[in-house]
Design a protein around this ligand. Sequence first.
Ligand SMILES: Nc1ncnc2c1ncn2[C@@H]1O[C@H](COP(=O)(O)OP(=O)(O)OP(=O)(O)O)[C@@H](O)[C@H]1O
Ligand SMILES: [Mg+2]
Length: 355
Amino acid sequence: MAFLELQHLTKTFYQKGKKVRVLDDVDLSVNRGEFVVVLGPSGEGKTTVLRIIAGLDQQDSGDIYIDGELVNDLPPKDRNVAMVFQNYAIYPFMTVFDNIAFPLKLRHVPKNEIREKVKKVSEMLQIDHLLDRKPYQLSGGQRQRVAIARALVKEARLLLMDEPLANLDAQLRTIAREELKELHKNLDITIMYVTHDQIEAMALGDKLAVLHNGVIQAYGTPMEIYKNPVNVWVASFIGNPPTNLLKGRIEGGNFVFEGYKLAVPKRIAEVFEGKEVIVGVRPDDIDIGGEIKGTIEASEPTGIYTIEHVKVGSTLIRVIDRGLIIRGRGQELKISINLDTAQFFDSASGRNLVS
Ligand SMILES: Nc1ncnc2c1ncn2[C@@H]1O[C@H](COP(=O)(O)OP(=O)(O)OP(=O)(O)O)[C@@H](O)[C@H]1O
Ligand SMILES: [Mg+2]
C-alpha cells in the first residue's frame, strides 16, 4: 500500500437545495516522500479533497489510508497532517513566533522545546529575523513562509498545500516555487499540493493528478501527461498555449480536415483508416508558412513570441509566432502542421487512441 491512499472518495454538497456531486470517485496513491500536485480548474473540488484528507470535512463514502492506517474516523488532530490554506490563515494579532508556535502550544509542548523547534524551522525558511513582527509587517512571500513554518513545526507526516503561492506576484512565485522544491528535497515529507495553474503544476510536481468532473482524469509525471494525454480534455488543459484540437477523418493515409490533407504517420493510418478523429497538435508543431490558409482572429504578444489565433475554416488554431513582425486581426496567415508527434483521439469518446 502507498503512503497515502484515497479509495473511491465521493462528496456531495447541497447548493440552493440541489445536490452537487463534487467528488464522484476519486482514487489516488501517493508514495512516501513524493510531491504530488493536484491540478484542476476552479470549483472542481481540489480544496474539498484536501479538507477531507485533513479531516476538516467528511467524505460521503470511500476510504483514506495514511501510512497504512485507515483514518476515516480519526479527528483532524490525530491524523498528523498539516495544511497550508489558500489564504495562509495566520493570526493577525500574533507575532510570527507565536503563529509558528501555536500548534505546539495546543499540544502543551514544553516552552524550551517550542523555542528550539521554532528557531530551527524559521532558520530553515529564512524568517528567523522576523519572529517579533506581526503579519501586517510582512510581505506576501514572508507570510506564506510563516504559514509553511507553522505547518512544518508540527513535524506532520503529510503536508497539504492549497494554492499557497496564489497571492504572490509572478516573480516572487517563481522564487517561492524553487524554495519549496528545495525544501521538499531536504525534508523527509510527503506533499500534496493543489493548484489550478498548470505551469505551476508542471514546475513543482514529481507527479500530477488532473482532477475534473469528480475523478482523477490522469495521473503521472508532468512529462508523461503532457506528451501523452489520456483524453481530449487533458490535452486541452495542459500546456500553454494549449494543444490545438482538429476534427477530421483518416482517409487514404491522410488526416482530412477543413478541406486539407495532412500526411499521418503510417502506424496511425493503418489502424485508424476511415475513422473520425480529433487530432491534438501542440503549438510547437505548427510553423508559419505553408499550404494551409488561415485568418488571424487575435494576436497575444508575450514578449518572446506572439500567440496568433488563426481561423482555418471553422477551426481555431493557436500558432507560436517567433518573428518580430506585428500582424493584425483579419490578416491572412499561411501555416503548416506537422503530425509526427500529434495525438489521436476517438471523436466520440475523446479517448487517446494510441496510448
Ligand atoms: N461547504 C460547502 N457547501 C456547498 N458547496 C460547497 C462547499 N464547499 C465547496 N462547495 C462547492 O464545491 C465545489 C468544489 O469546491 P472546492 O473549493 O473544492 O473547489 P476548488 O477546486 O478548490 O476551486 P478553486 O480553484 O476555486 O479554489 C464548488 O462548486 C463549491 O462551490
Ligand atoms: Mg480551492
